[in-house]
Design a binder for this molecule. Structure first.
Ligand code: GLN
Length: 304
């Protein structure tokens, strides 16, 4: 497969989409990013890297962190997790609150904000040094020890994060948050604030594509079956109320973030990360989605 050629063709074919959508504006710090960036990087399980565009510039991973937090929690609690969170697609926006009220504080899945806030609470209860251990896990996953939290980004989000504050308070009311709500919000915003570039993100997701080697990074170990299930959750829930569309167009398990990044895996083959800050109405990168649609179309490989 000539991935270099394919990435080049994708770049040319997505140009008509270059000015569609807009960067997230509800987190003030995200508005400062140049919206015209585009980068894509793919790592194969055979050890090859293919990159194009702005692959060395770090961006805020935002909700892509939810997969990493899920991996840490699933490793420690196993199926006990599912007493506090479901595995059903929500069909609602990532920051929706009304379903949470109707379903009495049990979030639909770990990849929407409500679910990730419960996961964050679980990590605070389970780990001795959650902030340090999360960073160690991410650094080991991508093999890069200067990955950092962006305190500025986290603070910027806390200052306007009224909806997330409402969600965590709703969860607390229903007994599904055990720790202090401010502590949960702080750690949640820090997870989202982490800066990574496409190369690092793609490398970090490669172990989720690998069903042959044990998953063991920074104290987080997952069985093959657990990795498979995380992929299933990404497939059904990774794009909120656009999960069906992503499945239909791309056909890979993946996760988006409002920083404009998308990470996806082709099980047993490769991981890929793409970044373009302009988002569609559902909060997913316009060019990122189109690029991945073209990738699975041109390679004629997806999970289907
Ligand atoms: N930090 C963001 C939020 O909570 C993450 C959302 C996202 O990337 N979809 O709103």
């Amino acid at each position: 497969m000539d991935y270099n050629q394919i990435l080049q063709e994708i770049y040319e074919e997505i140009q008509p989409y270059a000015s569609m959508g807009a960067p997230a504006s509800y987190i003030p710090e995200l508005q400062k990013v140049n919206p015209d960036h585009y980068g894509i990087c793919l790592h194969t399980l055979k050890g090859k890297e293919y990159a194009m565009g702005d692959c060395d510039e770090r961006f805020s991973i935002q909700s892509i962190s939810k997969v990493l937090v899920l991996a840490m929690g699933f490793s420690r609690l196993g199926n006990q997790l599912w007493k506090r969170i479901g595995v059903e697609p929500s069909g609602n926006a990532f920051n929706s609150i009304f379903q949470l009220e109707m379903e009495k504080g049990i979030p639909r899945n770990p990849l929407i904000n409500a679910g990730a806030l419960v996961m964050t609470d679980i990590l605070i209860s389970t780990l001795s040094h959650p902030e340090e251990e999360y960073l160690t896990f991410v650094r080991e996953l991508c093999g890069c020890d200067d990955i950092q939290y962006n305190e500025h980004m986290a603070t910027s989000e806390r200052e306007t994060g009224f909806l997330n504050a409402a969600i965590v308070n709703m969860l607390k009311y229903h007994g599904n948050i055990k720790n202090d709500v401010e502590e949960v919000l702080r750690f949640y915003f820090l997870q989202c604030s982490i800066g990574m570039n496409c190369r690092e993100l793609s490398r970090a997701f490669l172990p989720f594509a690998d069903h042959t080697h044990p998953f063991s990074f920074g104290g987080t170990t997952l069985t093959t079956s657990q990795v498979k299930r995380i992929n299933a959750i990404m497939q059904t829930c990774g794009f909120y109320d656009e999960a069906g569309e992503f499945s239909y167009l791309v056909g890979l398990p993946g996760k988006s973030g409002v920083g404009g990044g998308i990470a996806a895996v082709c099980p047993r083959k490769y991981a890929v990360a793409v970044w373009s800050p302009r988002l569609n109405a559902k909060g997913n990168s316009v060019m990122g989605m189109k690029a991945l649609e073209l990738l699975t179309t041109k390679t004629a490989i997806s999970i289907f």
